[in-house]
Design a protein. Structure first.
Length: 94
């Protein structure tokens, strides 16, 4: 049974490269949680989603939207990777 992973910020530069790495080196089911702000670009991983949509789930939302999180994380329970660039206050880390 393939592992299930959730990647927050998976459409940004770093997150999308990590999603590509997971796709190419594992048979994981990948959920991407991203609120699709300025850094997100669907083109970053669209070829992977198009080629094998059965392995991907996309949830458009913010990591601080707490009602959204239980189902998102419950369905992607093996590994969780936080690669978003904002903290809970909504400000950039840097």
């Amino acid at each position: 049974m393939p592992m299930k992973c959730i990647v927050t910020g998976g459409y940004g530069f770093i997150g999308s490269n990590f999603v590509k790495y997971l796709y190419e080196t594992t048979d994981a089911q990948i959920t991407v949680l991203d609120n699709m702000t300025y850094a997100a670009d669907e083109a970053n991983i669209s070829e992977y989603i198009t080629n094998d949509a059965s392995r991907f789930t996309h949830i458009k939302g913010n990591i601080v939207n707490f009602p959204l999180l239980p189902d998102a994380f419950r369905n992607s329970s093996d590994w969780k990777f936080g690669i978003d660039n904002r903290n809970a206050s909504g400000r950039k880390h840097w």
